[in-house]
Design a binder for this molecule. Structure first.
Ligand code: RIB
Ligand code: CA
Length: 320
């Protein structure tokens, strides 16, 4: 087996962020070296505490958590997503507190240090607003250029929005940051609503990892509010764990079918703010183009997630 790929997760936990972090911990293909937190679903202090608690749940409170931006670059995010993720961000579930504190370094410093010293390319999974990544590009461009793969959960090529008719939440939360990242020439995969919305975790899937042990049971408990929201908002009996699909692509490159497209973000203050304008007329050869995920095998992606999460208790048991 090849050596695990160093991984950083930039995140705003967040119910699906929590599942994504646990998925990374359950996957031997990657070595989670750093978590950086960002404002988004809830306030930065809460996303940071949530990240610490989720890592502790997964038996990995050794992974440093470095807090990043508390607000978007230019215009404040109009509202948080407590109505979806719960006011504390984890579906109303209170996980045991982590025994460790957040890393004293700001997110961009911790990320730049890791990127600058890693002997092998680092994969970065960005599953919240892209404020930290935009700041990295502007503050430490040489370090940013050392990113091996950037997998972004965000945007939409042809599925409209989820927080507005036009915009997906992560891009909408900081459109200026998203535009800077998606036009930066970093080796980026955009995992948007086109592939996340068809990938639905059903109640029977959740029951499988809930039965695996205490860690799986807590992960399933965190999902319950998402499930209730999905039933009322979409009338579906399942949940879309957007961030977990992005981490699946980060863990197993090629899980999703991508096409190289030019992408820009609407940063106006009108009804289209936060829309990702994906040019699907051509396959782009531009250096600033993005690999846009346009194809997914939902059943295989769900099975990968469920089987990995079902194995987490055994891993935690081994590491404790
Ligand atoms: O649109 C889905 C994204 O918004 C996910 O990252 C979810 O955590 C929310 O932040
Ligand atoms: Ca998120």
């Amino acid at each position: 087996m090849t050596s695990p790929v160093p991984l950083v997760i930039d995140t705003d936990p967040g119910i699906d962020d929590a599942l994504a972090i646990l998925l990374a911990l359950a996957s031997p293909e990657v070595d989670l070296r750093l978590v950086t937190t960002v404002h988004g679903n809830v306030e930065l202090a809460q996303t940071t505490d949530n990240a610490l608690r989720v890592l502790h749940l997964g038996g990995r409170s050794d992974v440093p958590v470095a807090p990043g931006a508390a607000e978007s670059l230019i215009h404040p995010q109009p509202e948080r997503a407590g109505h979806v993720h719960g006011t504390a961000g984890l579906g109303g579930v209170t996980l045991p507190p982590s025994p460790v504190a957040a890393d004293p370094r700001p997110a961009v410093v911790a990320l730049a240090e890791l990127l600058s010293t890693s002997p092998v390319p680092v994969t970065v999974a960005a599953i919240g607003p892209l404020t930290n990544l935009a700041l990295l590009l502007r503050t430490y461009p040489a370090a940013a250029a050392r990113i091996g793969r950037l997998v972004v959960m965000g945007g939409s090529a042809a599925r409209g929005g989820n927080v507005t008719a036009a915009a997906e939440f992560n891009v909408w939360a900081d459109p200026e940051a998203a535009h800077a990242v998606l036009t930066s020439a970093l080796p980026t995969v955009m995992v948007g609503l086109d592939v996340t919305l068809p990938t639905v975790l059903g109640e029977e899937d959740i029951a499988r990892f809930a039965a695996a042990g205490p860690v799986g049971a807590q992960a399933a408990a965190i999902l319950q509010q998402y499930l209730a929201h999905a039933r009322t908002a979409y009338g579906t009996g399942g949940v879309v764990v957007h961030d977990a699909l992005a981490l699946t692509e980060a863990i197993v490159p090629g899980t999703l079918t991508t096409v190289r497209r030019n992408v820009v973000v609407d940063t106006t203050l009108g009804a289209g703010r936060g829309q990702t304008l994906v040019d699907r007329r051509t396959v782009s050869s531009a250096a600033t183009a993005v690999e846009v995920a346009e194809g997914v095998h939902p059943d295989a992606a769900v099975e990968f997630l469920v089987s990995r999460l079902s194995g987490l208790d055994a891993l935690v048991g081994r590491s404790s």
